[in-house]
Design a protein around this ligand. Sequence first.
Ligand code: ZN
Length: 286
Amino acid sequence: MRLATIRGSQGLELALVVPGGLVELNRLDTQLPRNMRQLLAAGEEIWQRVAQWQHHQPTLALDQAQFAPVVPDPQKILCVGLNYADHARESGASVPEEPVIFSKFASALIGHEEPIVLPRESQEVDYEAELVVVIGRQGRHIPEDQALQYVAGYTCGHDVSARDWQLRKPGKQWLLGKTFDTFAPLGPWLVTRDEVPDPGHLDIRLRIGSETLQDSNTRELIFSVPRLIAYISQVMTLEPGDVLFTGTPAGVGFSRTPPRFLQPGDVVEVEIQGIGVLRNPVVAAS
Ligand code: ZN
């Protein structure tokens, strides 16, 4: 199944992607949670109720929908730095022996088609296409060989990054450089785990306009999705709705000659095989 969070007249709503459009779930079943995190936490019984609507006629055309972040209010947004060997090389960093984890705040999240706002405080805003894992079950000390059972599904993420903050501020401001407002596009929808048998074999691309700037496959991940879940859950309890950005492949803007940073008027697309295309225009701060 493909589930989206959309902006309706009554606030955020859940929608199911069906052939030809979306089914607005909360209009048809008023008992369903209106929030993705609550839906994921509700467990198996709810999933069967949602699945019934898969054969319903769409109630909203895709191009009429206003998409919100797939999970608008995750308890955690975890991110992995340097998780593709080619990106580690182009960054001049050695391949890490353990995952390097950082975070963003939910205030940075935006949905499909919502604008990335270039802040006045950065001159070097860069792009990063990423596969994002959405957690579906609570767990701590999750064994690697069971980790995928804790995954609700996958979506596309864009880890927008102010390189001048991340790399050149005193002490390197990774957190702040990565969490300016609008720096975490997430969507367009969650594709449930049953439709993605192997998250370690997905083509991943990033385009600006017609130009492809990143073109890789998740088989290049240094630390696999199960390894990351096992590693992180040594430290913290993962909860339904937590999101994990799994790192970006080679081709980012700051490693290019000359560098290619985001500009007002750019339209950036993150495409992941079997998941979808997350598209966001880039605008200047007003
Ligand atoms: Zn990243």
